[in-house]
Design a protein around this ligand. Structure first.
Ligand code: G6P
Length: 629
């Protein structure tokens, strides 16, 4: 993962870089570092273990002058998270500095070659190998820096987004990408570089998304140089983009649709709580222009334009990781119920490596909030090679996964900053439900009445979520009584089995309490052995087809003195009498219950983590965007 940021212009680079790192901290926070060329031409690097604030404290009394710089926040892959392994890394002569997001897979071979040539290494990282290779190439092939970067990258196997500073070229910033994201922001005679647009948005709305195997060279404007017209925008003629094989590319400038207020906490103590409370609005945004309750219709352009591929699909394969995989499991229930197409739900990391059978008439749906998850990207690339039709459900517009896909649907929930996914999950479920309904309607595999009922009910979901959020205070109160727990079990059935897993994942991620999500009926085959007075069991038990069976499971837990927190439908009498705590959700269609039942589980995990004093938005060892395998 890791976040990278760079600046070249007339302003002081350091404050811009530090602010940018804070925005990118969701990508990793094991260490942080910055490299700057000061007006005297010195290249200074400062690094610190831990979060960006540690770097700020360390650099407080250092020389941070300079109008060109690069900075990095790390999620450790090669080498433990310490100061030496923190980026930026110097080259042998300390003339070059590099930052890197990704993994150089053949670093050991390259390192051995460089060591034979007398190069020495200070860190355990793959990144240091790359900066040494660039310097070695430049010296041995007598080429300029851009050519050295191109030639070095031709030898690299793996993924990278890099930025390179050269003390001897203080007016030039070079960057490149393959597999890891990289965006260039274009200001007025100043440029910004970053892993995503969040560090850029307050300075400019003009961006270029760098493509795989492209190298971008950014120089300050030369007096008297004309601006070139590119589309509706004017471009500095001194942005140079080539491939690593030196083929010139024309920069395509896009307008950014992101506002600064979306990146702030808006009065909430944590991004996660803000994002949980945003869900009534974000789901309205996800459905806008798609769900038309007045006309009883759903219009999903990604489906309409590719109807035949869906209607002729013999099978749908859903691939995703983490929370997105849970959304995929819910979609399996909906697509099989409404469209009657067999669905397989695959962890991307397993799917891509197990020689899967993929046919030309398969539809592969990739789900990814970030649109950058390395395994999911690789999985769809594999499926695409085999001729499958790729449809993606992503949140970040313009990210790698939607760009590789044949079609898709953006969830439009705005930036999700809390590392534990909340609003992205509910929007994914809505998008997938809309897709299932579109296919089902078109194939006539569901009744018109059922279609209409669900479409109308979708329109009610934001208000119903608002009602569930009204119980926040009560959930916060009883959450305090569970902070002692070492383990939790979450149970659910049917559409709510994936919700049980998602609830367990939320708790694990942010409170570090071990939790397992199980299909309620499976409890008898193992987890029941764990139940004692100490064991909290969260049971998702809305009034659905299997309600009575779940009630029996709750009886079994109570008979063994387990403590039950139940999520039930408003007016439920049965469960409320036996459970220790109940949280009510308004009645809704069974396929939509996950959108309501997950809300109290998000809140429960949040409040337990807060009482335990955990870092809710940046839990240990995790990162939001997993761009390594
Ligand atoms: C990481 C995040 C999770 C997320 C998963 C998949 O593990 O911490 O919140 O669900 O990656 O990410 P994606 O962006 O592909 O949905």
């Amino acid at each position: 993962m890791c976040g990278i940021v760079g600046y070249i212009g007339k302003r002081k680079a350091y404050p811009i870089l530090i602010k940018g790192l804070h925005r990118l901290e969701y990508r990793g926070y094991d260490s942080a570092g910055v490299a700057l060329i000061n007006p005297a031409g010195q290249l200074n690097i400062y690094k610190a273990k831990g979060k960006v604030s540690e770097l700020e404290a360390y650099a407080a009394d250092k020389d941070t002058d300079g109008c060109i710089g690069i900075a990095h926040t790390r999620w450790a892959t090669h080498g433990e998270p310490n100061t030496v392994n923190a980026h930026p890394h110097y080259s042998e002569s300390e003339r070059l500095a590099i930052i890197h997001n990704g993994i150089i897979e053949n670093y050991a071979v390259l390192k051995a070659v460089l060591q034979k040539e007398g190069y020495t290494f200070k860190s355990d990282t793959d990144t240091e190998v790359l900066v040494q290779l660039i310097e070695y190439t430049q010296l041995n092939r007598h080429v300029d820096l851009k050519t050295a970067v191109q030639l070095a990258l031709q030898q690299v196997i793996g993924a990278y987004a890099i930025a390179v500073l050269d003390k001897d070229n203080p007016d030039t910033l070079i960057a490149a990408r393959k597999g890891s994201p990289l965006v260039v922001g274009i200001g007025d005679d100043e440029y910004f570089l970053a892993s995503d647009a969040t560090p850029i948005v307050e300075y400019t709305d003009k961006v270029i998304y760098i493509e795989d195997e492209e190298v971008v060279t950014l120089k300050l404007r030369v007096e008297g140089l004309e601006l070139k017209e590119v589309g509706e925008l004017k471009v500095e003629s001194n942005i140079d983009i080539t491939t690593i094989n030196n083929v010139t590319k024309t920069p395509e400038i896009k307008r950014l649709e992101l506002s600064l207020s979306q990146l702030e906490k808006g009065g909430y103590p944590h991004f996660m709580l803000k994002e949980i409370f945003e869900q009534p609005r974000t789901l309205t945004d996800s459905m806008r222009g798609r769900v038309n309750v007045r006309q009883d219709n759903i219009a999903l352009s990604g489906f309409i334009d590719n109807k035949e591929r869906f209607l002729n699909a013999k099978r749908i394969i859903i691939t995703a990781c983490g929370t997105s995989w849970h959304a995929g499991l819910i979609a399996m229930y909906a697509i099989e119920e409404f469209a009657q197409i067999p669905v397989e739900v695959e962890y991307s990391s397993e799917f891509r490596y197990r020689k899967p059978v993929i046919n030309k008439d398969d539809v592969v749906i990739a789900i990814s909030q970030s649109g950058e998850t390395a395994d999911t990207l690789a999985a769809i690339q594999l499926a695409k090679e085999k001729g499958a039709f790729i449809f993606s459900i992503c949140n970040v517009v313009g990210a790698s996964i939607p760009r590789v896909s044949d079609s898709g649907c953006y969830t439009h929930v705005g930036p999700e900053i809390g590392v534990a996914s909340t609003k992205a999950f509910t929007a994914q479920v809505v998008a997938l439900t809309m897709l299932a309904l579109c296919i089902g309607k078109e194939k006539c595999t569901m009744s018109k009445e059922q279609y209409l009922r669900i479409v109308r009910e979708l329109g009610q979901i934001p208000d119903k979520i608002e009602r569930v959020l009204g119980q926040n205070k009560r959930i916060a109160d009883f959450a305090k009584t569970f902070t002692y727990a070492q383990n939790f079990i979450y149970l659910g059935r049917g559409y709510n089995f994936p919700v049980a897993m998602e609830g367990a994942l939320k708790l694990k991620e942010i409170s570090y309490i071990h939790a397992e999500g199980y299909p309620a009926a499976e409890m008898k085959h193992g987890p029941i052995a764990l139940i004692s007075q100490e064991m909290p069991v969260v049971v998702v038990a809305p009034h659905c087809g299997t309600y009575e069976k779940v009630v029996s499971n709750i009886q079994e837990i109570k008979a063994r003195k387990g403590r039950v927190i139940a999520v039930v439908t408003e007016g439920d009498q049965l469960v409320s009498r036996i459970a220790d705590y109940t949280i009510e959700i308004p009645a809704t269609e069974e396929c939509l219950t996950p959108l309501l039942t997950v809300i109290p589980l998000q809140l429960l995990a949040y409040h337990i983590a807060v009482v335990k004093g955990c870092d809710v938005d940046q839990p240990r060892n995790l990162a939001k965007s997993v761009t390594v395998e």
